[in-house]
Write a protein that binds this ligand. Structure first.
Ligand code: UDP
Length: 260
């Protein structure tokens, strides 16, 4: 089989040219980074789990009418997606104080916020993804006001849906990050949800114990990182019943050995 053309390699994913114009293949790696890539590591089997978890959430969001780039999962580590023009803004939605919000404003981690907060960060590794205001987005033309309205509306819908979905499996959705992209229809552009939704970009705490079941286990060296991702997949009903998660991951390494 001819080698596919690589379009882009990020910290946790690789994008390859898709089978048809306007499509890409998104490959999920086991690599993990934190603190603006100052900390690097691998979480064994993470790519497989994130591919499944993201498929599950994007499919559910599609079903309630949120437009997304997801087309279908191709295999253990890859999914077919629509090519978009990524809007260079990380949209962070917060329900509970944690992470940079707690640090910046001195609000104790775990404090329930009286209302949901949406924050915007400019996607620029060299600048360390700085927090920005709506004014910056308009001033520098990163997105139009209309696009920002659509993005905020979608972010709230995604948050409402995901809070319920995770509450049903005993998990508190503390905060998470979304990315959006433009698709063109002639001269008309519309914004759709892109990237991924997985424990890499969400804070997910057990409702009863407050145990962290997300990338903070890697960031803070809490151990059992892969197990936390597996627990999320298991509670979402994505792990084969009665089998160890490892069987899923073994299958993946088996494929790799065969050079596929
Ligand atoms: N987040 C992310 N990518 C980033 C920065 C943040 O996915 O580059 C996610 C992070 O996992 C968390 C939420 O966005 O769920 C809010 O992150 P925060 O601003 O608290 O930053 P952090 O403490 O992770 O540096």
């Amino acid at each position: 089989m001819a080698r596919r053309r690589q379009i882009y390699e990020g910290k946790a994913k690789i994008l390859y040219e898709g089978p048809e114009p306007g499509t890409l293949i998104q490959y999920f790696k086991d690599d993990a980074t934190a603190f603006n890539a100052q900390k690097r590591g691998t979480i064994s089997g993470k790519g497989v789990l994130n591919n499944r978890i993201s498929e599950h959430i994007f499919t559910a969001l599609g079903a309630i009418g949120v437009p997304t780039h997801f087309i279908r999962r191709l295999n253990m580590r890859e999914q077919l997606i629509r090519q978009v023009e990524i809007i260079p803004i990380e949209v962070v939605i917060r329900n509970v104080a944690a992470g940079s919000l707690s640090k910046r404003l001195g609000i104790e981690e775990g404090t329930q916020l009286p209302r949901t907060i949406i924050e915007y960060y400019y996607k620029d590794d060299a600048l360390g993804d700085p927090l920005i205001a709506d004014e910056h987005i308009a001033c520098f033309g990163w997105a139009t006001q209309e696009e920002m309205n659509d993005i905020a509306d979608m972010a709230i819908r995604v948050n409402d849906f995901m809070c319920g979905m995770f509450a049903a499996i005993g998990i508190r959705l503390v905060d998470f990050k979304l990315e959006f992209g433009r698709v063109w229809d002639g001269d008309y552009a519309r914004v759709i949800l892109a990237d991924e939704i997985s424990p890499d970009g969400c804070r997910l705490w057990d409702l009863k114990s407050n145990e962290k079941l997300d990338k903070d286990r890697f960031r803070l060296d809490l151990g059992n990182v892969a197990e936390a991702y597996q627990e999320i997949a298991r509670r979402l009903g994505l792990m084969p019943e009665g089998e160890e998660a490892n069987s899923v991951l073994d299958f993946d390494s088996h494929r790799k050995k065969r050079g596929r």
